[in-house]
Design a protein around this ligand. Structure first.
Ligand code: CTP
Ligand code: MG
Length: 238
């Protein structure tokens, strides 16, 4: 497996509307550096062969000089512009991954991805063409109707919260994406949906971590600061 190329696509082309800040959330400071650096650092030190960074057209120069060159992420082989929806950004990244056997697609807004997660995903690839990190839902989940009334309660044993990274056989996902654009694709929120609906593949769920949060609203940034400090303390004790 080690000879098969693994490419990570790191997404940072969103607008961060829910963060309600003048600066885009992926470039806000977490610890001592922009949020996006944390995921890039992890992939830089991991077994992935190269990284495609996807950002808005107007941020490409900033990412090149102030992120990739400044922090020395030499595994970043391309910085490409994203699209209107998350899946458009993924597709723009995916087009740059020809020759890779596996792609790992990651939200740049999740700073606490770690090596164990990518190892679990790549192990799942021995049997599946689609896998994601996920965690069992802690709360009871309800399905509601349009009036906001509960209509059903799924059995919590089978309810998972989906995170990233998500890992795919690259050619399968590229074909599934091409098919998706030829069909109705409203409501696609992650890439496992593309693999399932348009690639006909089952997705294997492997454990992520409850700390693998997506920084979405201002509270998440505060929580991320706390998690970062506690991790530093743990590492210092080792
Ligand atoms: N993303 C992207 N291209 C888009 C939309 C999202 O690359 N057109 C990326 C974001 O930068 C983020 C990840 O996808 O790293 C997850 O999306 P989300 O947390 O929803 O970020 P935003 O879309 O930026 O935030 P919001 O939905 O609050 O506007
Ligand atoms: Mg969004």
């Amino acid at each position: 497996m080690s000879e098969e190329k693994i490419t990570a696509i790191v997404l940072a082309a969103g607008k961060g509307n829910r963060m309600n800040s003048s600066q885009k959330k992926q470039f806000m400071i977490l610890g001592d550096r922009p949020l996006i650096c944390h995921a890039l650092q992890m992939f830089q030190e991991s077994r992935v062969d190269d990284i495609i960074l996807v950002t808005s057209a107007e941020d490409i120069d900033y990412c090149r000089t102030e992120i990739v060159e400044k922090y020395g992420y030499d595994k970043v082989s391309e910085i490409v512009s994203g699209g209107k929806e998350r899946f458009d950004s993924v597709y723009n990244g995916l087009r740059e991954t020809e020759g890779a056997k596996y792609v790992l697609i990651h939200d740049g807004a999740r700073p606490f991805v770690d090596d164990d997660m990518t190892d679990r995903l790549l192990r799942a690839m021995e049997e599946y063409a689609s896998a994601t990190v996920a965690m069992p839902a802690k709360d009871t989940i309800k399905i509601s109707d349009a009036d906001g009334c509960s209509v059903s309660t799924p059995d919590r044993r089978y309810v998972w919260q989906i995170q990233t990274p998500q890992c795919f056989d690259r050619d399968m996902l590229a074909h599934a994406y091409a098919k998706m654009y030829e069909s109705d694709h409203a409501g696609i929120t992650d890439d496992t949906m593309v693999a399932e609906r348009f690639g006909g593949e089952k997705t294997k769920l492997v454990y992520g971590s409850y700390e693998n949060i997506k920084v979405t609203t201002p509270e998440d940034l505060k929580l991320a600061e706390i998690l970062l400090v506690s991790r530093k303390k743990i590492n210092a004790k080792k």
